[in-house]
Design a protein. Structure first.
Length: 202
């Protein structure tokens, strides 16, 4: 294996990632002779979902989401956000991340949405899906817990894809937020039924 750059960062995952400040090269672990994909961005953080079908990439100024086709070993860009992502985690097919302003966002199906406020100096430690808890920590190693309705969000994801057998029941506290999800994916009837804010009627 001969690298085309002097590596500054190396990333494990479903593909091997090798990056400097300008480019990131991705290699198939079974064939390190040539890169599968060259990204014109020096990755500083990379996250994979458990299935290996999605990858989130971040540096100081940009966040990207790619899908990975295991059959033909191709990467496809599905989302670009001009923002600094400080930490993140995949829970099933949804990526949860905190940006430099301390705001928690979620990304799925090529779109990104604001979910809740965190603190600027808090970072995602991990998630316990069964308990609907997202854990954050700060630079003093203090740990914080946020309630996130993972099961509900997974159901919404499946419903938008047409995979769910029924429309999810949305608690009142989440209705305006979910209405924005539906509206973004052209589910206008479902969005209109949910929103309580007359200014957001579609």
């Amino acid at each position: 294996m001969k690298l085309p750059l002097i590596p500054q960062r190396i990333f494990e995952g479903h593909l091997l990632g090798v990056a400097d400040n300008d480019k990131t090269y991705f290699y198939n672990w079974n064939d390190l002779t040539r890169p599968l994909h060259i990204l014109n961005m020096g990755a500083e953080k990379i996250w994979w979902d458990e299935s290996g079908e999605q990858m989130a990439i971040a540096n100081e100024t940009k966040f990207l989401l790619h899908t990975f086709n295991k059959s033909n070993l191709s990467l496809s860009e599905v989302l670009v956000v001009e923002d600094k992502v400080t930490s993140g985690v995949f829970v099933n097919k949804i990526f949860y991340y905190i940006n430099k302003a301390g705001k928690l966002h979620i990304s799925f199906l090529g779109k990104s949405f604001f979910l809740a406020n965190a603190e600027k100096k808090q970072f995602i430690l991990g998630a316990l899906e069964q308990q609907n808890r997202l854990y954050l920590f700060d630079r003093n190693n203090s740990v914080y817990s946020h309630h996130i309705p993972f099961e509900l969000l997974n159901h919404i994801y499946s419903f938008i894809l047409g995979m769910a057998k029924s429309e999810p029941e949305i608690p009142e506290v989440f209705r305006d937020r979910v209405a924005k999800f539906y509206h973004a994916f052209e589910f206008r009837k479902e969005a209109y039924k949910l929103t309580e804010n007359q200014d957001h009627k579609f």
